[in-house]
Design a protein around this ligand. Sequence first.
Ligand SMILES: Cc1ncc(C[n+]2csc(CCOP(=O)(O)OP(=O)(O)O)c2C)c(N)n1
Length: 623
Amino acid sequence: MTYLNKINSPEDLKKLEIKKLDKLADEIREFLINSVSKTGGHLASNLGVVELTIALHYCFCCPRDKIVWDVGHQAYTHKILTGRRNEFENLRKLDGLSGFPQIKESPYDSFTTGHSSTSISAALGIAMGRDIRGESYNVVAVIGDGAMTGGLVYEAMNNVGRSNAKMLIVLNDNQMSISENVGAVSRYLNELRTAEKYIDAKSDIKRTLDKFPVVGAPLINFIGKTKEGLKYSLMPNIMFEQLGIKYIGPVDGHDIKKLVHILNKIKRINEPVLLHVITKKGKGYEPAEVQPSKFHGVGRFDVNTGNMLSSSGSTTYSEVFSKKLISVAKEDKRICGITAAMPSGTGMEAFGKEFPDRMFDVGIAEGHAVTFAAGLAKCGMIPFFAVYSTFLQRSYDQIIHDVCIQKLPVIFAIDRAGIVGDDGCTHQGIYDLTFMSSIPGMTVMAPKNRYELEAMIDFAVKLNRPVSIRYPRGAASEVFKAVNEPIEYGRAETVYKGERIALLSVGAMADSAAGVYERLLNDGYTPELINVRFVSPIDEQMTERVISSFEYVFTFEDNIHSGGFGCLFAQKAAEKGCNAKIKNFAFPDAYIDQGTRTQLFERYGMDGEGLYKKIRDIITNES
Ligand SMILES: Cc1ncc(C[n+]2csc(CCOP(=O)(O)OP(=O)(O)O)c2C)c(N)n1
């Protein structure tokens, strides 16, 4: 590593001659491939922006200048160039380097990100704040074409065009979201891309900008004029221009010299500019170039073959959901599937292959997905919106306003509920029990194992009202396989009868609850174990029975404390009058950073052993 080893800050980078930067890019790629092959992480997106990131840090002066990375999964080169190269062996690990920009991690991370399509809003806010305070620095948003399918982007551009703020939006266009990018915006960007040949032939951007080393208005006018011919011959309207944002591009995002040249010119423009950069996802590593979706987010892999090393081989909840939905949809033509740009992660891809007319990938547009589902339901369909818990946060108003007020039968298949692990605080699915169960008319269910997930899907289809079913990331549990009482609306299931101690477990906490149960049995207790099944509506009969016939009631949920099942249960118990001692176990009301699910369950005492110890202390201290 001739150059990379010497670079510990953007200042070190700036000491390199421009002709050395290509070699540096090669070294960074090699580092990324080797490092991510050992830790897992987002590879393909990062390989695609190596040159772009080098060029940005070469031209701008961070942390004074602010770069806001959209989603943030592509910020590895940024982390490498800003002094964090040596921490990559702990990438996405417990107490290690976050896989996303985090303001608490480094002054070079100007905004914490993880969810898509926020960068233009955030960058505009920073730019406007800068201006109000009379300060002077550059603000850059780097956003992918996938993220451009998110509605927030258009709200932001509506504002940017009006503000006239000095800021740069770099549109990193690799024609991919996690899967193939979808929709009319993607098609539109494709049209802009095909104009590249025209630009190269008639008015190469580099040459034209070179000819006009002037600043301010003349340069802007010139850029406007240069594009005039292109604009009206090939592209009747360039959307960004019409919104009041200067459009420059498309340019080759792997040509560092060209990027540096253009960025240095753009720095002098005192109004909003969008630079359209074309990159290749997975660039420089053949397996990732050939299969960019597979290498979007990976576990450990063999660098030579590109084969994954760490697949557990177990059936996941997403797969159980996918298979079951397909079988239900074969019988019932009203069933539709919706995904917001996550067809492979949610299991909707297989559904789409089976029923192409009934599967909709709406792009990174969770809010729209919900209102769209409401429309489908209004005309007699039964839409399943399969979505990660964390991204469903985007749709809260739509769930209330468009689905629940109208009591429409939209089914929310909430995947990655609970602790997600490596992606950290922006992605934990530990809020949905709180926000879903507080919506009037929303039925909230959580299966204890894979068989119950299947039963809940059947049950939800028959209900004809808004329903959510939440299940965790990873292997579908087999726990309590033998016990699967038929599902009754709003009724919990008693897994084991007992006395004195009642253990009330929500959904995936069944695995920890089983651990607690076994340990208490060993200690000579005979606890009752109840599978809650319905967080909303809460089982009133079970609540009354439990608080009147047990000394201790312990609730378990992989959600935050506030507003979760434990809170709802304790409130009901207080209303009814209760002598039992109730203790709720949940994750803290906090933002939980990355680690494996197992590690985080252990850290917060939510595994069988941790819960048992806390329960044992309560029982033994009081008896
Ligand atoms: C609100 C939200 N929904 C879904 C995701 C999951 N997600 C992460 S990256 C990504 C694709 C982004 O595509 P693009 O912006 O083009 O970046 P690329 O990976 O191609 O570089 C998606 C859908 C997310 N981060 N945020």
